[in-house]
Write a protein that binds this ligand. Structure first.
Ligand SMILES: Nc1ncnc2c1ncn2[C@@H]1O[C@H](COP(=O)(O)OP(=O)(O)O)[C@@H](O)[C@H]1O
Ligand SMILES: [Mg+2]
Length: 245
């Protein structure tokens, strides 16, 4: 379980998070939506201690992340997979080298044949079998996201954080990434947090939707409740994002 308890975060005069409260239960997929610049990325960076709140707490399985030292952070981060915005792959490395990076960094003591086996397994999971020796330049946008996803999965995480996983993809590609996220969530029983501005993703993957607005969680509930809401801010957001995508 992830608990975000009344967190505040400002950058200078920019008050980005103004009392965020959110509980994410084990095994659920929550989608976080909100206008560009409203603080979605800032919020999920707090979950793994990449940002520290000015006040409030972030707890993962009861442990307060914002009070952890480097060693404790390192351990908690091993339980997370990230697919951050841009899904940055290293151009000079092969797909296999990119995917195995978190394993190499965590010095888990795997042999190279064990690593190859794990990479092969994850590539199959994301429907890219045999892509080990390709370079990022040889991949389409959708394939790059899949490789990013395989990298996020390589340590068998309990939690996966996705920041705009379908941004920059065409609708068909987006749809197949959404399907994959949903399949993986069901199959691996992971807890997933998906940040998106894409209403189609909301419809495809969410168990629960949280909408951020003016530094707070403005709405939380099912996608049906969101779509059928007669709240003006929510309606405007939905209209805007559906026109764009
Ligand atoms: N490291 C940082 N330093 C200063 N300002 C930041 C930093 N990270 C984000 N911000 C600001 O916080 C606000 C929210 O950003 P972000 O969380 O990236 O929005 P989004 O909802 O689009 O993901 C923006 O105004 C952004 O400029
Ligand atoms: Mg963002």
């Amino acid at each position: 379980m992830i608990e975000i308890i009344d967190i505040y975060k400002s950058f200078g005069d920019n008050k980005v998070l103004r009392g965020i409260n959110l509980v994410i239960d084990t095994g659920e997929t929550i989608v976080i939506i909100g206008r560009s610049g409203c603080g979605k990325s800032v919020l999920i960076k707090h979950i793994v201690g990449l940002l520290i709140p000015d006040s409030g707490n972030v707890k993962v399985q009861g442990q307060i992340v914002n009070e952890m030292n480097q060693k404790e952070l390192y351990h908690i981060r091993k339980r997370f997979g990230f697919l951050f915005q841009g899904a940055a792959l290293f151009d000079s490395m092969t797909v296999e080298e990119n995917i195995s990076l978190p394993l190499v960094e965590s010095r888990n003591g795997y042999s190279s044949s064990e690593i190859s086996k794990l990479v092969e397994e994850k590539l199959e999971m994301v429907n890219l079998p045999g892509a080990q020796n390709l370079k990022p330049a040889e991949l389409s946008g959708g394939m790059k996201k899949r490789v990013g996803l395989a990298r996020a999965l390589i340590t068998n995480p309990d939690y996966i954080l996705y920041d705009e996983p379908t941004t920059g993809l065409d609708p068909i590609m987006s749809d197949s990434i959404d399907t994959l996220i949903k399949e993986l969530t069901d199959k691996l029983n992971v807890t997933s947090v998906v940040v998106t501005h894409d209403m189609y993703s909301v419809k495809n993957v969410a168990h629960k939707v949280a909408m951020m607005h003016e530094g707070k969680i403005y709405f939380i509930g099912s996608q049906e409740k969101l779509i059928n809401s007669d709240d003006k801010v929510i309606q405007e957001f939905i209209k805007r994002t559906e026109v764009k995508s």
